[in-house]
Design a protein around this ligand. Structure first.
Ligand SMILES: [Zn+2]
Length: 269
């Protein structure tokens, strides 16, 4: 099956040319589950007795790669739409994810949802690329659910409230990172979760950091990926902002590691 997209563009020399992009859709992309009755299972990488197959959205991969690298997390389907988004946002996380996918000790399977005839989705009019990609993730999760029947639970992990809500409406089980990790009953894993920079923001409220969904109150000082890697490397420290109730222009940030309080004065409007 062939999907083609054509558009007209002007060259540097001022000529107007028609560009046709062809996107081939295939029906021989397999699901990666060794117990599947339909697919070729020679290249299957998921566990033969997996009870849950995890599909993580892009932001979960970008922020929780430490968690994904933990051996407690396995039987993960990495969608090609997620892989592409991660590649464009953070090459270091992308390389770590690819390493997981090629590690024979781990059960991470890359599913080319963007090339599968049943999971490719076209962008709808008025839809942002991010919303289209979130929909592609939900469509792929639903495909897995229908494809594998009741043999296994397919779980979408997302901290994007809207994505989670829509998934549940579509009948796809969906959980936040925190609630999924809590359900595993391994408290030590909770320490591996990267919390959003402000302690006042719960995981449920974590912002979607991709451009069109960003709700900017103040401009960011640093990109989120840099902040997270800086926190890990000990370059940055995280603390709770406590504003003086009598003077809103004075605030403290308590930083445990440094055993000190940082005084901040002034305000930004
Ligand atoms: Zn299959």
């Amino acid at each position: 099956m062939l999907q083609s997209k054509s558009f007209v563009k002007k060259t540097k020399q001022g000529k107007v040319v028609k560009v046709v992009r062809e996107h081939y859709l295939r029906d021989d992309i397999y699901c990666g589950a060794p117990f599947c009755k339909v697919c070729d299972v020679a290249a299957a990488r998921l566990g033969s007795s997996a009870s849950t197959i995890i599909i993580a959205d892009t932001n979960v991969v970008l922020h929780q790669i430490d968690l994904l690298e933990n051996p407690a997390i396995d039987d993960v389907v990495v969608l090609s739409v997620v892989l592409e988004e991660v590649k464009n946002k953070n090459l270091s996380v992308y390389n770590r994810l690819r390493a997981l996918c090629s590690n024979p000790q781990r059960r991470f399977f890359v599913f080319s949802n963007e090339y599968h005839k049943d999971t490719y989705v076209k962008i709808e009019s008025g839809e942002t690329p991010n919303d289209r990609n979130d929909r592609a993730i939900r469509v792929a999760a639903q495909w897995y659910q229908n494809h594998l029947g009741g043999a296994v639970k397919v779980l979408l992990i997302t901290n994007d409230r809207e994505n989670k809500k829509k998934a549940i409406q579509d009948g796809i089980p969906a959980e936040t990172v925190e609630s999924y990790v809590k359900s595993l009953g391994q408290p030590a894993l909770l320490d591996v979760i990267v919390q959003p920079p402000s302690e006042d923001v719960t995981m449920e409220d974590a912002e979607d950091l991709r451009p069109s969904k960003r709700k900017t109150i103040y401009p960011e000082h640093k990109p989120m990926s840099e902040i997270i890697s800086g926190l890990h490397r000990g370059i940055y420290h995280q603390g709770k902002l406590r504003v003086n109730r009598y003077n809103p222009f004075e605030a403290y940030v308590g930083v445990k590691v440094l055993e000190m309080k940082l005084l901040s004065t002034g305000a930004q409007t």
